[in-house]
Design a protein around this ligand. Structure first.
Ligand code: NAI
Ligand code: MG
Length: 361
């Protein structure tokens, strides 16, 4: 059966880096005889310019039909002036996430040994780091009701939010996390604050319950404050971490920065059927857009994740990741990961090098 992939280049460096990822996908398609078809649509500022909205109906329809989506990035100063917040490029992205119920956010933090000196931590602490943070993306305190700022009887104002997770929400993110752990090192650490927050007492209970369906995965629990400490002290102790929306927001950004190279980090957001949207962790980098110097590897690695998690083509995913490692071995570096003695390459040269490494593998 043909699997449909929707390509959403977006804004800024989006189209440049997505072009390279598409070349890599086409190469993987040939080499592994993949039955995938690529289609294109506009989102973000590019869609606003053309249709007057960041998420046109035609894009949403294609996204609903697709088995997976590869997105560049959206946004830029050109659209920051828009008074109506609903028309801003980010709304295109949020609309896709909520419209498609992409609740399972996978954020790997991988530090290729070739780039160990990009990290602010000592090489021996981070070299070879390969962890995956699974963040619940559509629930928790970011979405809980009621919320707002109210006036108390004494005239003082009070801000409030509600931290809620239902059993079914916890169960479905647990499933994503256990399945991800099964595809990797089979260790899962669930992060909560069960000593203080009842929500996470339930969270912990459900995690233990779901664990029974995954006897090959070793489950542990950690309080979020300790997890933050452990991430910077000895990050390599982790394989997969799973946590709620807010803790995951913070921990995944911290974990990403352990690697020091924002141009290298892919991400996935999955629904309950493992349909997903895949995108680099970085934004549209307007400061370097149009110069042909952006690092396409985060987007290429996102395409690899897409093959693994949504399209069930693990061999092709492995081969792309291996090809990326191979070009780093060759000393090829875009400006953001450049260091002395290496060979500085453009966006397109980096893409072509991955294509060549993949084709010759
Ligand atoms: P950014 O991630 O776009 O850029 C931060 C810095 O990293 C910049 O100096 C940029 O040049 C550099 N950088 C980012 N990606 C790079 C790559 N692939 N290769 C080399 N260097 C790279 O974040 P910033 O500047 O805060 O936001 C810029 C725009 O992107 C804003 O409009 C923001 O709203 C949007 N944005 C979009 C996201 C998305 O589409 N998922 C996520 C984050 C920001
Ligand atoms: Mg964040």
């Amino acid at each position: 059966m043909t699997q449909n992939v929707l390509i959403l280049p977006g804004d800024g460096i989006g189209p440049e880096i997505v072009t390279e990822a598409v070349k890599v996908l086409e190469t993987a398609k040939q080499k592994f005889n993949l039955n995938i078809e690529l289609d294109n649509a506009l989102v973000g500022g590019a869609a606003y310019d053309e249709f007057g909205t960041p998420l046109p109906e035609v894009t949403m329809q294609k996204a609903e039909k697709a088995d997976a989506i590869l997105l560049g990035a959206v946004g830029g100063p050109k659209w920051d002036e828009l008074d109506d917040r609903e028309l801003r490029p980010e709304k295109g992205l949020l609309g896709l996430r909520s419209g498609l119920e992409l609740f399972g956010n996978l954020r790997p933090a991988i530090l290729y040994p070739q780039l160990a000196d990009a990290s602010s931590l000592k090489p021996e602490v981070v070299s070879g780091l390969d962890i995956l943070i699974v963040r619940e993306l559509t629930g928790g305190i970011y979405f809980g009701q009621p919320r707002g700022i109210r006036e108390l009887e004494n005239g003082e104002r009070q801000g409030y939010n509600t931290y809620v997770y239902s059993e079914s929400e916890i169960r479905r993110i647990a499933k994503v996390a256990f399945e991800s752990a099964q595809k990797r090192g089979k260790k899962l650490c669930s992060v909560d604050k069960a000593n203080v927050l009842e929500v996470t007492v339930l969270w912990r209970e459900i995690m233990n319950e779901v664990a029974k369906d995954y006897p090959d995965v070793e489950l542990s629990h950690m309080y979020v404050d300790n997890a933050a400490m452990q991430l910077v002290r000895a990050p390599k102790q982790f394989d997969v971490m799973v946590t709620g929306n807010m803790f995951g927001d913070i921990l995944s950004d911290a974990a990403a920065m352990l690697t020091g190279s924002i141009g290298m980090l892919p991400s996935a957001s999955l629904d309950k059927n493992n349909k997903g949207m895949y995108e680099p962790c970085h934004g549209s980098a307007p400061d370097i857009a149009g110069q042909g110097i952006a690092n396409p590897l985060a987007t290429i690695l996102s395409a690899a994740m897409m093959l693994r998690y949504s399209l069930n083509e693990s061999a092709a995913a492995d081969a792309i990741e291996q090809a990326v490692s191979n070009v780093l071995d060759q000393g090829l570096r875009t400006a953001d990961i450049y260091s002395d003695g290496m060979k500085k390459v453009s966006t397109a040269e980096m893409g072509e090098a991955v294509v060549a490494a993949l084709a010759n593998a």
